[in-house]
Design a protein around this ligand. Structure first.
Ligand code: UN1
Length: 493
């Protein structure tokens, strides 16, 4: 199977196309070949998106939303198929594959509802017989750059608000996971989304991503990926005066206080640290635990890790799937030496699984470090794999300080039964998402998603906040006095 670009409603071979294999991380099997496009293909897609946007922006928003209802309905109909494709190309276990597709379905229906809201504001004018309002206007052609760890959900967080608001888009999916983009393009075709509203160009960040950021007719770039790349996107975006929305890394912590339900906390940690093999930007990679319950929590965590089945996510009983590729395996593994050198104690895992049946895929053993101090690299840097570091603290204040003492600010969680700590924590945890008595992952699509500090640049994906990325506020004044009235001058009392 060869995956070609989807431009102007047609499947198009790239100029000078070369192809790269798409590999199932669980088995090493080749699933497809994806084409690597060039800047010329980006330009072609932008032209088509630009033409389409002129018409699309005039389609009433409730009618634009009708396409989203249809997209959501078809995604629901094909949910199992989509989940299987997702699990095969990305590696997450099938239950989570279904969950991710559900996230996309929810986003479709939620944003379709926005077609009949897209609320602006009316406000009094300071002058008589004058009407004032602010409305959300579409921006134009928007560029979406999405990562491999959530190949469909993240794309829906961006593309659905973009189109309901009257923009058209060019989407560059990650080269590791292009098949979900192909599946979505087939759905766009099936619902008869007008040609050019949705365009997909496959290729590398260096070539296609750069061409998108440099293109003068792409007005917004919404990017999810590494902090390293995000910084480059922001720099180039700044130079080109583009609106750039960034969603980057995390170093999310679960705080466990001495008054917590420990069994629940352990379950929360297991799910957030080892679900998706730790490859979520919301994954828990630090446990900040009160000294009085550390031993107990640690022991229970180690017992429960033993029960996690590792393997191909297509097997319904498997809880931890592979990581995306060999490079990721090596990066994760490099942190074992780093942690040990810094004086942390390796309590579990710390190895690449090489024996059959693991030898064909990219499997890493769920890993726990203890005796970690907040300044160690394993407690500061995003590892993006199934590795968690346990840090002991003396009290609540120290726990908050350790949580906040990293460059990232995506998600945090606290397990406690003290209502005062709950409210203090939600105020003081410096992250865009805060959980109480739940792990760090599992955000719902109708709430804003994003983080503070090095995680982002102030924008949010999903939720109604996503509309802020894809619309421009336009202030409209209608003077019906029939005479020239001058604000600030003719309105003295
Ligand atoms: C991500 O890891 O980039 O909150 C997205 C969660 C999911 C989305 C994660 N709903 O864990």
């Amino acid at each position: 199977m060869k995956l070609t670009n989807f431009i102007g409603g047609k499947w198009q071979e790239a100029t000078d196309a070369t192809y790269t294999p798409v590999i199932n991380p669980a088995t090493g099997e080749e699933l497809a070949q994806v084409q690597m496009s060039t800047g010329q293909d980006v330009d072609r897609a932008v032209q088509s998106a630009k033409e389409a946007q002129k018409i699309w922006s005039r389609v009433p928003a409730p009618k634009r939303a009708d396409y989203l209802y249809e997209i959501g309905r078809i995604m629901k109909e094909k949910k199992e198929h989509l989940a299987q494709v997702l699990t095969k190309e990305m590696g997450k276990v099938i239950e989570e594959g279904r969950g991710e597709v559900q996230e996309g379905i929810d986003m479709a229906f939620y944003m379709a509802g926005e077609g009949r809201r897209l609320f602006g504001e009316t406000t009094p004018s300071e002058l008589a017989d004058k009407f004032a309002m602010s409305i959300r206007a579409p921006i134009g052609v928007v560029g979406l750059i999405t990562p491999w760890n959530f190949p469909v959900a993240i794309a829906t967080w961006k593309s659905f608000p973009a189109i309901v608001a009257g923009n058209t888009f060019l989407w560059k999916p990650a080269t590791e996971t292009p098949m979900m983009a192909y599946e979505m393009a087939k759905i766009f075709e099936q619902v008869g989304l007008p040609d050019g509203v949705a365009n997909i160009v496959f290729g590398s960040g260096a070539e296609v991503g750069t061409a998108m950021i440099e293109h003068k007719d792409i007005k917004v770039i919404s990017f999810t990926g590494s902090t390293e790349t995000g910084r480059k996107v922001a720099e180039a975006g700044g130079r080109n005066l583009k609106k750039v929305s960034l969603e980057m890394g995390g170093k999310n912590a679960v705080i466990v206080m001495d008054d917590a339900d420990l069994e629940l906390a352990v379950d929360g940690i297991l799910w957030s640290a080892f679900g998706t093999a730790g490859q979520r930007c919301t994954a828990c990679s630090r446990v900040i635990v009160h000294k009085d319950v550390k031993e107990k929590l640690q022991n229970r965590l180690l017992e429960k890790i033993e029960t996690l089945t590792i393997g191909d996510g297509m097997d319904e009983t498997v809880k931890v799937g592979p990581v995306i590729n060999k490079k990721a395996l090596e990066k994760i593994h490099s942190y074992i030496g780093i942690g040990q050198k810094e004086g942390a104690t390796l309590l579990a895992g710390g190895e690449i699984l090489t024996e059959s049946p693991y030898d064909k895929g990219n499997y890493y053993a769920p890993t726990v470090f203890s005796d970690v101090t907040p300044d160690m690299r394993i407690a500061q840097e995003e590892i993006f794999g199934p590795v968690v570091s346990i840090i002991e603290v003396n009290d609540f204040e120290e726990a908050i300080a350790v949580n906040n003492g990293v460059i990232y600010g995506l998600s945090s969680s606290i397990f406690t039964s003290d209502v005062n700590k709950v409210f203090k924590a939600q105020r003081d945890l410096d992250t865009g998402i805060v959980y109480v008595n739940a792990g760090t992952s599992g955000a719902e699509i109708h709430l804003p998603f994003g983080g503070t500090k090095g995680t982002g640049n102030g924008h949010r994906d999903s939720g109604v906040a996503a509309l802020d990325v894809f619309t421009e506020w336009k202030s409209v004044y209608v003077d019906y006095s029939g005479k020239l009235q001058r604000a600030q001058i003719d309105n003295e009392i």
